[in-house]
Write a protein that binds this ligand. Structure first.
Ligand code: PHE
Length: 470
């Protein structure tokens, strides 16, 4: 982000709708170039979906009860974004803004895979699947099934790799491996390895395939990162750099009028006139605000479909997952409606700790979102117990759950474009003097990097236009 410095005349005024990550990034970059920005934020705080909850916070839901957060000192819950891939521009902003980062453990061989009612360590599930896949391919190679496809020399190289990939025996058979783990790990003695794996049929029937490949993606591969102390450090530092006084909170936008020489925005408590506007709200919220930008804008804004997403933070009096399960960070993958359990990648060996008891989206999230906070917690604990046993329900000090589709002014975890069609392209361009920004206008949906990249693009195009009109 240090590359970003706009040159030339930049004295225009810009009203930015929404002080989420896109709006804040736009204001930050425009501010560096001398623009005069005002941000209108409907909520009582900036940040949008970048939300870190701590003791003393309150969380409201549309038509739902308010939750009081009672976490102990130092305990926090990233209710929205929580992990950053190293190639994402988000890390450049952390560097530029002086936000310390630490490793976010996304892949942990000691975490569990829970599928079809059975729980195994991730390392065990992988060893078995890789082992049998390697054995099958090695056998196929050896009976000549690949003779017409690859040369003998390539087959030798392949077999050499498969031996390592699957930890195969001398006859290219998979007969278990120390990679599976131990019931008692080696010390002065050799330890006690786990029992032998089930048959190939049993391993396939366990259905671990989706779970063990979940973090293979370019956006999920290790290492990932998080700001030390909570994701909202990004909001705090951006707000500081932009100037708190430029952000009007409690200012829900009620009308957007494109004029020939500017834009007028009416909000609760007043109105603002500026040379340009950047609308950085969720599309489904924006679509409901009266405007004179044309019917095609409204139609385009209605194309992306909001997706429900939910998480629960469970605070425990002991970090039993570290002490008993030896799980330090990472994710347990399940085929239950909780989808994932996340263990904290920070403050290891602290007295208390918070794990994410579910992180789901679409139908699973809608199901939990429709429950009361107590029922969400009860259900999450019942599901987690299937993996961790009775201790999962003991010593829970407090919990908070978020249902993003029920968050005022946001109403969704992220959006899904049925296809990235002409509406997506259409909204990349301004409607008169109104520009659109947000992760929903990128191919990085549900990432802060998407919000930031979109804002950077808009700021660049707006500045070019201002220079041309000078
Ligand atoms: N960025 C979110 C996450 O890390 C949502 C997401 C998941 C987006 C997987 C893309 C892929 O969980």
């Amino acid at each position: 982000a240090g590359d970003f410095s706009l040159r030339g005349k930049g004295a225009a005024t810009v009203v930015i709708l929404g002080a989420g990550v896109a709006g804040l990034t736009a204001a930050y970059e425009l501010g560096k170039a001398g623009y005069d920005c005002t941000l209108l934020e409907a909520a009582d705080r900036a940040g949008g979906r970048n939300l870190t909850l701590r003791g003393g916070d309150r969380l409201d839901e549309l038509n739902g009860p308010t939750q009081d957060v009672t976490f102990g000192q130092g305990v926090y819950f990233n209710a929205g974004p929580a992990r950053i891939a190293p190639w994402m521009v988000t890390l450049d902003y952390c560097r530029e803004l002086g936000i310390p980062i630490e490793t976010f453990i996304n892949d942990n061989a000691a975490a569990y895979v829970h599928t079809n009612g059975r729980t195994v360590r991730s390392r065990t599930a992988r060893a078995d699947m890789y082992g049998y896949v390697a054995e099958l391919l090695a056998k196929a190679t050896n009976i000549g099934a690949l003779n017409r496809t690859i040369t003998k020399a390539d087959q030798e190289t392949l077999l050499d790799f498969l031996r390592r990939f699957g930890d195969l025996g001398p006859k290219l058979e998979y007969e278990g491996s120390m990679r599976r783990g131990f019931t008692k790990y080696p010390a002065v003695d050799l330890g006690t390895p786990l029992d032998l794996p089930g048959s190939l049929h049993q391993v396939l029937a366990a259905g671990t395939g989706r779970a063990i490949t979940n973090n293979f993606g370019y956006d999920q591969a290790t290492p990932m990162f998080q700001p030390v102390g909570g994701m909202d450090a990004i909001v705090a530092r951006l707000t500081e750099a932009v100037g708190q006084e430029r952000i009007k909170t409690g200012a829900r936008v009620t009308k957007i009028t494109n004029l020939h020489d500017g834009v007028e925005v009416v909000h609760e408590g007043g109105s603002v006139k500026a040379d340009y506007c950047i609308a950085a709200l969720p599309p489904h919220i924006l679509a409901k605000i009266p405007h004179n930008l044309g019917a095609q804008v409204t139609t385009a804004l209605r194309a992306p479909v909001p997706v429900a997403a939910g998480k629960i933070g469970l605070e425990y009096g002991t970090r039993w997952w570290e002490l008993e399960d030896r799980i330090y960070g990472g994710v347990t993958e399940t085929d239950l409606d909780i989808a994932h359990i996340w263990y904290p990648s920070h403050d290891y060996h602290a007295e208390r700790g918070l794990l994410v008891g579910y992180y789901n989206h679409e139908r699973d999230a809608e199901l939990y979102g429709a429950l009361s906070p107590e029922d969400r917690r009860r259900r999450a604990l019942t599901q987690g117990k299937k993996i961790h046993g009775e201790k999962y329900r003991q010593n829970v000090l407090s919990s908070v759950s978020i249902a993003w589709e029920r968050r005022p002014h946001i109403q969704g975890g992220w959006v899904r474009w049925p296809d990235f069609d002409s509406s997506f392209t259409f909204l990349q361009r301004p409607a008169g003097r109104v520009y659109f920004a947000g992760d929903w206008l990128t191919h990085l949906i549900a990432w802060q990097a998407g919000a930031m990249e979109s804002a950077r693009g808009v700021v660049t195009r707006l500045h070019q236009r201002v220079l041309q009109s000078a």
